[in-house]
Design a protein around this ligand. Structure first.
Ligand code: 13P
Ligand code: SF4
Length: 385
């Protein structure tokens, strides 16, 4: 059993009439916007709202800062605000808590709120700390030593896994600095264990010139990851068998189809997409970079974007007025259901409670986990995006 167990601290019981979440959830959409704005105004500089680009329009419009996971973590590390309301998913809020100001002297530390605790990430759930520790033990049993291999975890992982990497000399990366993280690791060891997104790991390593036959996939549900000691020893990159269901849906056929239908169209995808899709695309990038690509393209450009549908639809709406056409790479483009869980009702509930002095849905990482995950996150911030 792992010693790293995440801890979520919720608010103490609160009075039904004033702050029961059920009362908020009963409110129809768009009837609560004025209350969110009023609560936001009352909280002033004590509070910042961080919004990931996949949030729905009804929520992201209230964000003080929007960004990809790298940018938001940097803001979390730098802000003076006492309360950070994270409109994103659990691993992002956890990282903000790790990077935030500690409570020293007591009463001065930062507190992170996730308006709906069910806003997780299915990819992050694909690597559990006990499985990762077992994998590491198997790698050592196969004849590798800690000097041979460094673990790198994608930001989309629990704080426990970030701590695991930090303690073993590794680091965290996001989709905007994965290449730099690999360079950093290869300056220190000859192999990388990459968690938990096999696609980002493969796309990053391949772009650095590492051939596919030097990468293996570790399946946590098979004995010894489904790999022989000889294959493990020969591999340069060991990829965890995890993926994002939103991005894995995009297929190479989708790229061929849009190119046939719209000659001259540019295809830009998130690097969580399959290698075969990324190979066919014109550009890859984090959510922030995808936005920048569209922004900086000349008038008259057309893009098919392979990422979460709320961001694609927002880009389509915003840039239509600027003479650029944006479509989704796949017509049945999928939403991130966990990002979607943050609703205006949840946001109003979290903010109005805060106005009343109650912190609900606080995300608080255990101190021992915090220590090493902070090391891994600081290494990431040092290499920049
Ligand atoms: P970005 O860091 O590119 O915003 O990606 C986060 C994410 O979860 C993509 O699925
Ligand atoms: Fe996780 Fe995929 Fe949603 Fe990103 S889009 S938060 S990787 S499930």
């Amino acid at each position: 059993m792992s010693v790293f167990v995440e801890e979520i601290v919720s608010a103490p019981a609160v009075e039904q009439d004033v702050c029961s979440l059920d009362n908020y959830l009963a409110q129809p959409d768009h009837t609560i916007d004025g209350r969110i704005a009023a609560a936001r105004a009352k909280l002033g500089k004590s509070t910042i709202l961080l919004g990931h680009h996949y949030q729905r329009d009804e929520v992201i419009r209230f964000a003080d800062y929007t960004g990809d996971s790298y940018k938001l973590s940097k803001i979390a590390a730098e802000t003076e605000a006492r309360y950070l309301v994270f409109c994103g998913v659990h691993f992002m809020a956890e990282s903000a808590d790790v990077l935030g100001r500690p409570d020293d002297p007591p009463g001065t530390g930062q507190q992170v709120i996730l308006p709906d605790l069910n806003a997780g990430c299915s990819m992050a759930d694909m690597a559990e700390i006990g499985q990762v520790e077992d994998c590491w033990d198997s790698l050592m049993a196969a004849g590798l030593s800690p000097a041979d291999i460094l673990p790198i975890t994608y930001m989309n992982s629990t704080a426990a896994i970030k701590a695991f990497c930090g303690e073993r000399g590794g680091l965290v990366c996001t989709s905007s600095n994965a290449g730099k993280a690999f360079d950093w690791a290869f300056a220190r060891a000859e192999k990388i264990l990459f968690l938990p997104d096999q696609h980002l790991g493969r796309n990053t390593a391949f772009a650095m010139g590492i051939p596919l036959n030097e990468m293996v996939v570790w399946d946590p549900y098979q004995i010894n990851g489904g790999l022989t000691p000889a294959r493990l020893k020969a591999a340069k990159i060991i990829l965890w068998k995890g993926h994002c269901s939103v991005h894995q849906r995009f297929l190479p056929e989708h790229v061929e189809k849009v190119r046939a239908k719209y000659p001259g169209i540019k295809v830009a995808v998130h690097p969580e997409c399959r290698w075969e899709v990324c190979q066919k695309a014109d550009a890859l990038g984090s959510t922030e970079r995808l936005i920048h690509l569209v922004e900086s393209a000349p008038e008259g450009s057309m893009f098919a974007i392979g990422t979460e549908i709320h961001l694609v639809n927002r880009l389509a709406k915003e840039f239509a007025a600027k003479g650029k056409r944006i479509i989704t790479l796949d017509d049945t483009g999928c939403l991130c259901t966990t990002m979607y869980r943050i609703s205006p009702q949840h946001l109003a509930w979290a903010l109005e409670n805060l106005v009343e002095g109650r912190v609900v849905n606080r995300i608080q990482v255990r101190e021992d986990v915090k220590r090493w995950s902070r090391v891994a996150l600081d290494r990431m911030l040092e290499i920049r995006a």
